[in-house]
Design a protein around this ligand. Sequence first.
Ligand code: NAD
Length: 332
Amino acid sequence: PPLRVAIMGLGSYGTRVAEAMRDCKRARLTGVISGTPAKITNWQSKYNIPAANCYNYENFDRIKDNHDIDAVYVITPNALHHDQVIRVAKAGKHVICEKPMAVNAKEGQEMVDACKKANVKLLVGYRMHFEPKTLEIIRMRKEGELGKIGFFQGLSGFTIGDPTQWRLNKALSGGGAMMDIGIYSINGARYMVGEEPVWVTAQETKTNPEKFKPGVDETIQFQLGFPSGAVASCLSTYSMNNLDRFFLDGEKGWAELWPATGYGPIKGRTNKGELTQPHMTHQTVQMDEMAAIIQEGKQPVVPVDGDEAVRDLKIIDAIYEAVRTGKKVELK
Ligand code: NAD
């Protein structure tokens, strides 16, 4: 039987996931959690969700007694994930959580520990880990077709609009562009190079302190060093366009994705030519694959669990520390 999923947070990305799940073979939307009654009514009729599977932020602990829901997908503002994921775990349901999983590594680790204790799985919405062109480059690198890797460049950014949105409110976002979009370059550097970084340096630029208040980063350039000697150079920004590009360079070959992490189609080429793997709606593939991970213990090529998310959060912590101190930060 398919994995029965309730979505928490019926905003723009929650809606995208719900629409993509219509085409899932192994996962089905069976419940909702929202603070807005009108949204619940609308989703009930759109997705045929019974009243018994509808919850709000006060009463969702009762999902414990619901035998029609196996997992909850948390798609709310970043700073809320920590408490919400721990409540879902305590209710005995598997959790899928959006990126960034938390706003720092300490909170992320608490989420991992709570899910372990409750004996539920914790997965994070790293949809690129299932994207065919991305996986082809990872295969080429693993099989040595690119030779020894020396360099990765990740450019992640867009111009953010409405200054009143939660993404620019530190209490809800936990930070700025780094939390939201820079994380794609951090995560990408790790799965493209295939190693964990051992040091970080970072520099911040702020052109608009009115829009980007203290604690909300506008633009950060950062560098990562890997045990093999490979290095990464990345840009995270809320003030520039067309920045969604990955470039991986090895002794024998190179690969480029541009766009690298948008909703698609992803475009890519290598020294051998264009990548031709077909586009599939990321969220449909992700939810089918996550159902297999939760139900059958399937191992994805690139992990999507809570430990994977904590690795990114430790790097984000280190980047913010490097910005603050101006020093190179060693990663353990
Ligand atoms: P959004 O603002 O469109 O939706 C957020 C939802 O949370 C809204 O429905 C809002 O009503 C609800 N919410 C609940 N409590 C709230 C509170 N106290 N304050 C504000 N809103 C509250 O945002 P979104 O774009 O859907 O992003 C939600 C999460 O999904 C974020 O963590 C974001 O990083 C992530 N996301 C991931 C991807 C991806 O490609 N994986 C894409 C977009 C967003």
